[in-house]
Design a protein around this ligand. Structure first.
Ligand code: GCU
Length: 434
């Protein structure tokens, strides 16, 4: 963090961290002409050079190989699921949001121990439904109370990044924090279209600062606790947050009001990276949505456009495994790139969304990664994007790989949600994507 703030000459203010302007370094490439020449690893060629000829070879050999490569070189190996994970419903209101929804809060004890690490899941279920509903699941940036002004949501007591606009004072949420991210969640729209919404504060799983791991799951699960010395492929924060999404899915599988075969995992920015990595590993997620996830998510690192690896590993090294640092300025040595992360989701539907002004996340790099995942979808008998060129702003494209670039900033808007809901309608309601 230090080097990020002091070592670089700050040139522009662009991308935002959940509403907070973030300075960007001067060496950032924002001109297509400066993108270096690069060759992408072929997702359909094994490390030993053997071509992946059919779906069986993809599923049995190449997919596990690519998963391992992301474990070892990018995000770090995740812990296995704990056998004794425990849930407790802590509140239910069948008449929430003026009768539109049932609001449920569930404590998830991540190691099964009541005094161990815990995350709190908020669930809104549409009351108009007569049978189990499909759901969207996503981590939130500022506590469950940030997704809606609903005073019945328990105010998070966890550590939070100090953001005044979000009503956070002394690293804690206040009453003023309620609904501070409501625009990004569109709860009523989701419910009106017949979906449930499940969300968890990502800081419950691990607080987002360099030593946050000492307070979260990583220390709790490691035999050495806070004295852990990181191995090159030990998990970084993105893997830990993704692990939390899988535990939320464990709960949804036993929630009778939700159809667990139709759960879409979604996330914005760093939490979009997290949604992709969770969806890549955990095949229970039937749809995966990446909103403006950028570097370390959906955009090709070899382009070095916008955020590059050398920026990420200086600014937020703890999001990744320590091995990832080797690829700063040496992207060509990385055995994977973002198109392979997206390909890991195949044949399940995946949606990648960019924004025109979100150059830090490299919209074209996000589009190209989606495009280069297409051969894997095709091998598995699924149509991918269906276009060769990046579509104009606000023109969603794609079949099993959806894509749009929205006019505007790094954000999640009603427009984005409208596309995700239509994408989910198309795949869930019409029996596709299974
Ligand atoms: C920074 C970071 C991005 C990240 C974003 C966010 O801009 O460089 O990689 O996506 O924060 O999560 O808000």
């Amino acid at each position: 963090m230090q080097r990020w703030l002091t070592g670089w000459l700050v040139a522009a203010v662009g991308s935002t961290i959940a509403g907070t302007a973030l300075a960007q370094p001067k060496d950032t490439i924002y001109d297509e002409a400066q993108v270096p020449a690069y060759t992408l690893p072929d997702p359909l060629v094994m490390r030993d050079g053997i071509k992946v000829a059919d779906a069986d070879a993809w599923k049995g050999k190449r997919r596990p190989e690519i998963l391992r490569l992301f474990d070892e070189h990018v995000y770090g190996r995740s812990a296995k699921a704990q056998e004794k994970i425990a849930f407790e419903v802590t509140s239910v209101d069948a008449n929430a949001l003026g009768g539109k929804a049932t609001r449920k809060e569930v404590a998830v004890f991540l190691t099964g121990k009541r005094d161990g690490p815990r995350m709190d899941l908020l669930l809104y279920l549409p009351n108009a439904a007569s049978k189990p509903v499909p759901a969207f699941l996503g981590l939130n940036f500022y506590g469950n109370h940030c997704v809606h002004a609903d005073s019945g949501i328990t105010l998070s007591k966890q550590w939070m990044r100090p953001t005044r606009e979000m009503g956070v004072v002394n690293n804690r949420a206040t009453e003023a924090s309620r609904g501070c991210c409501a625009q990004r969640w569109q709860v009523e729209m989701i419910l009106d279209r017949g979906y449930a919404l499940a969300t968890v504060y990502y800081g419950d799983i691990e607080p987002d600062f360099p030593d946050g791991w000492k307070l979260g799951l990583r220390a709790a699960l490691s035999p050495q606790g806070k004295d852990t010395a990181f191995q090159p492929d030990d998990w970084g924060a993105i893997s830990v947050w993704a692990w939390g999404l899988s535990r939320a899915m464990d709960y949804l599988e036993q929630e009778t009001a939700v159809d667990a075969k139709r759960v879409a995992v979604t996330g914005h920015s760093r939490l979009g990276k997290t949604a992709l990595w969770a969806g890549a590993q955990d095949e229970r997620f039937a749809i995966v949505i990446s909103n403006n996830s950028g570097e370390g998510g959906a955009s090709l690192v070899r382009r070095r456009f916008g955020e590059a690896i050398h920026h990420s590993v200086s600014m937020v090294p703890y999001w990744y495994c320590t091995q990832y640092r080797q690829y700063a300025w040496h992207e060509a040595d990385l055995p994977v790139d973002a198109h392979m992360l997206i390909a890991l989701i195949a044949p399940r539907p995946v949606y990648v969304a960019s924004a025109t002004k979100d150059l830090w996340a490299d919209p074209r790099g996000e589009f190209l990664a989606a495009k280069h995942a297409e051969p894997v979808y095709q091998l598995l008998g699924r149509a991918g994007l269906g276009v060769d060129d990046m579509p104009p702003a606000d023109h969603p494209v794609g079949d099993f790989i959806g894509y749009h670039v929205r006019t505007g900033e790094h954000d999640v808007t009603a427009y984005d949600w409208d596309q995700y809901l239509s994408f989910a309608d198309r795949h869930f309601r019409h029996g596709r994507g299974k």
